[in-house]
Design a protein around this ligand. Structure first.
Ligand SMILES: CC(C)(COP(=O)(O)OP(=O)(O)OC[C@H]1O[C@@H](n2cnc3c(N)ncnc32)[C@H](O)[C@@H]1OP(=O)(O)O)[C@@H](O)C(=O)NCCC(=O)NCCS
Length: 206
């Protein structure tokens, strides 16, 4: 379990750093997410995801998590890191850096601040699930994450979905998103055009 002060203190504020923004260099500083950041946060996320295999994972509203950090400067939010903390194992829900600000240490600065706070709260591990996008795989390896599991994410198109999904109530499936075990990769790649390998990655914090 997390330390008593963390559990008792609620979601964002307990993990918050009292008054000390972590600076990444230039005009960008790491700080806690504020509700006024929402539009800028959503733009940053969607633009970062556009060049990845999660290009269509668009959120119109921010989902709240236990630890919410942003890297922000004059242009608004340029990097985001959201972590949920169900217990001793924390989970990265989102890490994304605006394409115009990538490869300048923004994500590393966000992670560094998160790791400091989580370790202080007694969290022992940090996990993340990612697809086969080289930038994030390289970034995770560089930051000490190792692969612990693999599974498949399968998107069935309108032409493909009829072979695997049927619907009731007069509905016609026009697409589906499905999970599968990694052992089915060869077979599923033959049947479906869009198949992603999803890797579980983890690093220790203590
Ligand atoms: C992964 C991501 C967050 C990294 O952010 P970043 O601020 O550019 O990363 P940093 O500057 O802190 O770290 C740079 C390191 O990350 C890796 N990296 C970042 N972009 C890369 C790229 N385009 N190609 C290869 N490696 C890359 C490299 O190891 C790089 O080190 P190097 O520049 O010395 O080679 C960013 O690429 C991103 O937003 N990707 C899209 C969103 C995403 O896939 N999120 C994960 C799912 S939640």
């Amino acid at each position: 379990m997390l330390g008593g002060d963390v559990v008792g203190a609620g979601r964002v504020s307990l993990l918050g750093a009292p008054g000390r923004p972590a600076v990444t260099g230039g005009q960008v500083a790491v700080r806690d997410y504020e509700t006024a950041d929402e539009a800028s946060w959503l733009r940053c996320r969607v633009l970062a995801f556009l060049a990845t295999s999660s290009y269509d994972d668009v959120w119109p509203v921010k989902r709240r998590t236990d630890l919410e950090l942003v890297a922000a400067g004059g242009d608004g939010v340029v990097g985001v890191l959201d972590v949920s903390v169900p217990g001793e194992g924390a989970v990265v829900e989102t890490v994304a850096v605006h394409p115009d600000h990538q490869r300048r240490g923004v994500a590393t600065a966000l992670l560094g601040e998160a790791v400091r706070r989580l370790a202080r709260c007694g969290v022992r591990t940090l996990e993340v699930s990612v697809r086969e996008d080289e930038p994030v795989l390289s970034w995770l390896a560089r930051n000490g994450f190792v692969e612990t599991s693999r599974s498949l994410h399968v998107y069935a198109s309108e032409d493909e979905v009829g072979t695997v999904v049927s619907a009731r109530y007069g509905l016609t499936p026009v697409g589906a998103f499905l999970h599968a075990r990694i052992e089915r990769e060869t077979e599923l790649r033959q049947r479906f055009e869009r198949v992603h390998v999803c890797r579980g990655m983890v690093r220790g914090l203590v």
